[in-house]
Design a protein around this ligand. Structure first.
Ligand SMILES: NC(=O)c1ccc[n+]([C@@H]2O[C@H](COP(=O)([O-])OP(=O)(O)OC[C@H]3O[C@@H](n4cnc5c(N)ncnc54)[C@H](O)[C@@H]3O)[C@@H](O)[C@H]2O)c1
Length: 296
């Protein structure tokens, strides 16, 4: 079990949407919350709302695309609340444009904010967790990382979100002996400002804030209709999964069929093809030295 009450929690991208819902729910459940965001004024509004409701929170500026900014945020959390036991690496941004119509800056931005942001934030907070022998990192990935066909035409975003899932799964094994757990939260549709606000928080090094609304290509706009839950409604579900140390959180039961179709299709087709290859060509020779490359 991961305890929430009495713990210090950090939420990146906590100034709006899912992060805001998580920050408020964490405080409601008794955690001290550092609400961090590239948009400091939004983080401040959330922290103020938490304090007004009787909770404990501070607001901090942090651009997760910058290691220096993350490390400064880590130190400020430490100074205010001591070491953090809970990290919600949630900050993210998206784009719905064909890959070759995106600028290099936008491709870099989407990968950095979504994937490197989670990686670098994790690396900043992990030493404290390992030293304390307790902790939990919950990264907001996306169903886009597992079901890239659910909303077509956002390739770099899907790549980054799949990367988060690989990171959390592998790291979870590495950290088991330290009593530190990892979770990939894969939202399947939450009503937030993401589409409308997204480009407003593009950092200067990727071209700075752009047009407010993300361009949605026709293919993405026509994506399967889905229910969009509210951030306040999903937050208790996420915290329940974290409390129970679950490796994944899926919030949309109606995506089960698509998930099963995608993966059972891949599993069957790929292993049928492998079986056929082996049957027709024989099983490839195994290296007697194992993984070591032997050149003759
Ligand atoms: N809303 C959905 O349906 C959905 C679905 C799947 C995944 N997600 C993921 O959920 C997370 C939260 O998104 P949301 O839907 O709440 O959107 P949102 O736009 O409401 O919130 C994103 C927050 O991240 C902050 N942010 C952006 N760039 C940042 C940076 N460089 N450094 C620090 N903070 C930064 C923004 O200021 C904002 O407060 C993202 O990782 C997103 O990819 C959302």
């Amino acid at each position: 079990m991961t305890e929430i009450a009495g713990r210090t929690a950090v939420v990146t991208g906590g100034g709006n949407g899912i992060g805001m819902g998580l920050a408020k729910e964490l405080a409601r459940q008794g955690a001290r919350v550092a609400v961090t965001d590239i948009m400091l004024e939004n983080a401040e509004k959330v922290a103020t709302a938490i304090r007004t409701a009787g909770g404990e929170a501070i607001a901090l500026a942090c651009d997760v695309c910058e290691r220096r900014s993350i490390n400064a945020m880590h130190d400020a959390v430490h100074a205010a609340f001591g070491p953090a036991q809970l990290l919600f690496a949630n900050a993210g941004a998206t784009s719905f444009e064909p890959l070759m119509e995106m600028s290099d800056d936008d491709v870099d931005w989407i990968l950095q904010v979504n994937l490197h942001g989670v990686m670098n934030t994790t690396r900043a907070f992990l030493p404290d967790m390992i030293a304390a022998g307790e902790g939990h990192i919950c990264a907001t990935a996306s169903m886009a990382g597992l079901l890239p066909g659910w909303i077509p035409v956002h390739a770099p975003y899907s790549a980054a979100k799949a990367g988060i899932i690989g990171l959390m799964m592998n790291l979870g094994l590495e950290l088991r002996e330290h009593n530190v757990f990892t979770t990939s939260y894969c939202p399947g549709g939450v009503a937030t400002g993401m589409k409308d606000n997204n480009a407003r928080y593009r950092p200067a090094k990727f071209g700075g804030p752009g047009e407010a609304e993300v361009h949605v290509s026709e293919a993405s706009a026509n994506a399967k209709s889905m229910a969009f839950y509210s951030p306040d409604a999903v937050a208790p579900m996420v915290l329940d999964a974290v409390r129970n140390n679950r490796a994944f959180i899926f919030d949309h039961p109606e995506q089960r069929a698509e998930f099963r179709r995608t993966y059972s299709g891949i599993v069957e087709a790929c292993y049928d093809a492998a079986d056929q290859w082996h049957a027709e060509h024989g099983t490839p020779d195994a290296n007697p030295e194992g993984a070591r490359l032997v050149t003759t």
